[in-house]
Design a protein around this ligand. Structure first.
Ligand SMILES: Cc1ncc(C[n+]2csc(CCOP(=O)(O)OP(=O)(O)O)c2C)c(N)n1
Ligand SMILES: [Mg+2]
Length: 338
């Protein structure tokens, strides 16, 4: 892939997540389509997109309550993702999982848990299976900084290191200010550790701190880590730092400044005040658009065109998902175990 193609692929991948999730906020205004709580990945697109760009289709990914972005980044079809979220038959799980449980075994996402830390031991299990089967498939488990307060996190780290499992623990610390992103310590008010990255290091697990808003750096770094996992050097740990999008502070996601305008990459004064600084300093998509134009890998016109194409793709996917029927009530006992 040329550097221009790579720039376009990463931009398109991140925009697919952003446009899909903005669309979800609009769909949720009709209180019947998403009936309960839902969480968005807006602001963290560079982490999932960059990391998954370094994976093969048969590598395994585990995710969290913010799973939509990871599923899209691993190659999920936006139509089937939206259909799952709004509970329709064409969803990856036939509409039974919903927003908290979008999983897609055919692209390497066998399971999603919304229990904080719930995916970690299962991910260690698939890594162990790969090791026993002498396969070079790797497992990447994405999780939030909050997981480091859970007991299961410590048990999983311990067994993964004792058994040298081919797993990447990809911790998305979304509680970091722009100034703290490149730094070393990352204090949080809810953890006694001075730096979260000290914890895996105490287990002897090699740990990398990444600015999780920089898609190219994430892709390059994870590419190197995955090669090491395939060579038997696991487990490995990443702390990926992002700054929380203002729309993600309340109990339900909001669009305080409306849908993201791609032109804000150059017109940084344009967004409303509540989101202006975030888009200027912490929006991974606008940072990448600006960087590509500066480096000459994508022109402004090319960037605008990619955005228009992605918007059209997501509009079509949403229309098809809305046209998909609800699950057949007679199928309610399928896949149920008693
Ligand atoms: C075991 C458990 N405890 C509490 C919750 C409620 N809960 C849902 S998300 C969340 C915060 C998780 O923080 P973090 O892992 O940092 O993820 P973020 O939301 O910041 O992406 C909590 C406490 C839960 N789902 N599971
Ligand atoms: Mg968090």
């Amino acid at each position: 892939m040329t550097s221009n193609e790579r720039a376009a692929t990463l931009l398109r991948g991140m925009l697919r997540i952003r446009r899909l999730e903005e669309k979800l906020i609009h769909l949720a205004e009709d209180k019947t389509l998403i009936r309960a709580h839902y969480h968005l990945y807006v602001g963290q697109e560079a982490a999932g997109t960059g990391a998954c760009s370094a994976l093969r289709r048969d590598d395994l990914v585990f995710t969290t309550h913010r799973n939509h972005g990871h599923v899209i980044a691993k190659g999920g079809d936006p139509f089937r993702v939206i259909a799952e979220i709004i509970g329709r038959r064409d969803g990856y799980l036939g509409g039974r999982g919903g927003t908290f449980h979008v999983a897609a075994p055919e692209i390497g996402i066998p399971h999603t848990s919304a229990i904080v830390g719930g995916s970690l031991p299962i991910a260690a299990g698939t890594a162990w299976a790969a090791k026993l089967g002498r396969s070079d498939r790797v497992t990447v488990v994405f999780f939030g900084d909050g997981v480091m307060e859970e007991g299961v996190f410590y048990e999983t780290l311990n067994i993964a290191q004792l058994w040298r499992l081919p797993i990447l623990f990809y911790m998305e610390n979304n509680s970091v200010t722009p100034e703290e992103r490149p730094g070393r310590g990352s204090p949080t008010s809810s953890h006694a550790a001075k730096a979260l990255s000290d914890i895996p290091r105490a287990f002897g697990i090699d740990t990398t701190i990444l600015d999780g808003t920089r898609v190219d750096r994430v892709a390059r770094a994870v590419g190197g880590l995955v090669a090491r996992l395939r060579a038997g050097e696991g487990p490995l740990f990443v702390e990926s730092r992002t700054t929380r999008w203002p729309g993600n502070y309340g109990s339900f996601p909001r669009l305080p400044g409306g849908d993201t305008e791609i032109g804000w990459a150059w017109d940084q004064a344009a967004p409303v005040e509540e989101v202006r600084e975030w888009h200027a300093k912490s929006d991974p998509i606008l940072l990448w658009a600006r960087e590509c134009e500066r480096a000459g890998t994508l022109s402004r016109d090319a960037i605008v065109t990619i955005d228009r194409e992605v918007r059209e793709e997501i509009e079509k996917a949403a229309a098809a998902a809305l046209a998909s029927p609800p699950p057949d009530p007679r199928a309610v006992l399928e896949n149920a175990y008693a």
